[in-house]
Design a protein around this ligand. Structure first.
Ligand code: DP6
Length: 325
């Protein structure tokens, strides 16, 4: 049987950085994110007993570097379904990969739901998040709708993601400002392994439970100023860990820093905008819907910004009949 899924990428407001268990991808801490309407992956999976190996094409290419990770994940799903049949997998991202826009989140969320559905397995949303987490941690947050929390848990069965609020809960906007097109030199999975070597990592872990409960309160109250303050500090703190790990990693470009400073200038002038950033050089600029057009025009005027992608809060992974083959 064939199944096709569209899944969104997500932006973490409280970051997942550092694992307690590498193999199971159990995170050192819980995290909270929002699904992004305009950064998506569409994936079609078909299991076919005539195939002699998995046939995988991502963004039109056969030689993809994630191929082993994709096969490993197909094996997890095959094991659940007690089958050895190979699969044909076609996947397309509507945004660049390996530049820090979290294509592994949307990609592995889409692959999980498509593979499970193609084999006729009936899994709950919670089980789907547990399964996709094992392929890429952040992928578990792209399964449920809207604003999503991933509970760190203590073992495989209780480290899962659930929706805190549906997308229509809050009409905030995430404008991704693309400031470069170089691929990152240190993959996120590798960078995560270094996290525990930062002398500041333990302090971060100690402070996180309080930050998470404050953040959930501000999210519930839709207090944009307090919400924004936390997401910006959180993004900078994750990079403080990244910069002080052994070996240290620097994901930013000069343009990244210029844009961060510009965001502060806009705020001082009364425009409420806050940034977040993942393991790359592009910034996510968050504002309220009422400021979207003003912010968009200001960003478009900047020479350092090559492109922008406007996102609203979005639903999670969904089946579709727009099959890619
Ligand atoms: C900076 O989920 O890509 O985007 O589990 O090794 O695949 P793996 O890591 P990944 O890490 C995401 C890191 C981040 C922060 C976040 O999304 O929470």
């Amino acid at each position: 049987m064939k199944a096709t899924v569209i899944a969104p990428s997500n932006i973490a407001f409280i970051k997942y950085w550092g694992k307690r268990d590498e193999k199971l991808r159990l995170p050192a801490n819980g995290s909270i994110s929002m699904n992004l309407s305009n950064l998506t992956t569409i994936t079609t999976v078909e299991f076919n007993s005539k195939l002699h190996q998995d046939d995988i094409i991502v963004d039109g290419l056969k030689e993809v570097k994630q191929v082993e990770r994709i096969i490993e994940h197909l094996n997890r799903v095959r094991k659940l379904a007690k089958t050895k049949v190979y699969a044909k997998v076609f996947s397309e991202n509507n945004f660049p990969q390996s530049t820090g826009l979290s294509s592994s989140a949307s990609g592995f969320a889409a692959l999980t739901l498509a593979a499970v559905s193609a084999l006729g397995l009936k899994l709950s949303e919670k089980e789907l998040t547990i399964l996709s987490r094992q392929a890429s941690g952040s992928a578990c947050r792209s399964i449920p709708d809207g604003f999503v929390e991933w509970l760190a848990g203590t073992d495989n069965s209780d480290s899962y993601a659930h929706s805190l609020y549906p997308p229509e809960f809050w009409d905030i906007v995430d404008i991704v400002a693309i400031v470069g097109n170089v691929k990152k030199t240190v993959a996120t999975t590798q960078g995560q392994k270094y996290a525990l070597t930062s002398p500041f990592f333990e302090t971060r872990l100690k402070n996180l439970p309080e930050r998470i409960s404050e953040f959930k309160k501000f999210l519930k109250e839709k207090n944009f100023s307090k919400f924004g303050g936390i997401i910006e500090r959180e993004a900078l703190e994750m990079h403080a860990i990244i910069l002080t790990s052994v070996p240290p990693v620097l994901y930013w470009l000069p343009e990244t820093v210029l844009l961060m400073l510009q965001v502060r200038k806009w705020r001082n002038q009364g425009l409420e905008v806050y940034f977040s950033i993942n393991t790359g050089h592009d910034l996510h600029l968050l504002c309220q819907e009422k400021h979207k057009d003003t912010l968009f025009k200001l960003i478009k005027k900047l020479d350092i910004v090559q492109n922008v992608i406007i996102n609203k809060p979005a639903i999670g992974a969904r089946l579709t009949n727009q099959h890619l083959f």
